[in-house]
Design a protein around this ligand. Sequence first.
Ligand SMILES: Nc1nc2c(ncn2[C@@H]2O[C@H](COP(=O)(O)OP(=O)(O)OP(=O)(O)O)[C@@H](O)[C@H]2O)c(=O)[nH]1
Ligand SMILES: [Zn+2]
Length: 305
Amino acid sequence: METGIVTESTGSRYIILTPDGRRLETRLRGRLRLNGSRTTNPVAVGDRVLYEETPEGATITAVEPRRNYLIRRASNLSKESHVIASNLDRALLVATLFSPVTNTEFIDRFLVTCEAYAIPAAIVLNKLDLAAERPDELDEFIAIYETAGYTVYPVSATEGTGLETLRELTAGKTTLLTGNSGAGKSTLIKALVPDADVRINRISEYHHKGMHTTTFARMYPLAGGGNIIDTPGIKGFGLVDIEPGEVFRYFPEFMRHSPDCQYYNCTHTHEPGCAVTAAVERGDIAPQRYISYIKLLDEDGKYRQ
Ligand SMILES: Nc1nc2c(ncn2[C@@H]2O[C@H](COP(=O)(O)OP(=O)(O)OP(=O)(O)O)[C@@H](O)[C@H]2O)c(=O)[nH]1
Ligand SMILES: [Zn+2]
């Protein structure tokens, strides 16, 4: 029995990278299920799997325990979740200030998801060539996220600015890249993985046919070691398994202030003596981040003021 790494999944078939560097199409043996999970996909991109090759084809017989994974709700109404990818060193969100504007709430949901699953996260601010014309907004964006505790990497995928830093950051590591449509994720992947045949339209074709709401990630090995994982078609991060009372734990800058709240069970909304709202008023926490927090709380209709 050999161990391979899942690089692509289409729901029923999985492409794995074998130890001798082949890309092998496999299926699952029987009904391989992860214990107790309600995920739509028992095997995800990034998984290390045991496989067997027989004259009838190759089959995955077991999934090795995941070091970590990133998960989201399969769809807005679904109770099922979808494992986006596993065994990650870092997740990067490709965001843009203009054309298109990346919504702050989308960014913060991504960051909260990464915090909840203990995946180091950072932001790649693409289209720097456009943003450079509006330096105040650029500085403000960087300040918001660096104050929160995240690194922002300003780049221009088309002009090549800042890409050397990204190459250093991703070398030898498994890095997931995500972002809204139009932010330039495909352009960036082509720049980082020159031989990648990034299939841009495949998933959106499915969407037009209304076939499914889940998306399938795809892993590209980097020439010098490490991998980039592309996540086509992700429109949002539906939070999974996070109780409203826990949401603030996934805002690192809130966690720095919350020990000073007067009430141990402070929700940081209406309580007197709340150190988090005081920090927002002083300007130590960005109002945009606080608004995202309130919206995430309101998702369940709890903790409304
Ligand atoms: N000005 C500018 N345009 C860019 C930059 N990076 C990408 N673009 C353009 O933005 C558009 C969208 O880029 P894509 O790479 O297709 O974006 P994507 O995020 O992969 O979007 P989907 O393919 O819809 O998922 C294209 O027209 C790119 O040429 C950049 O750094 N500066
Ligand atoms: Zn508080």
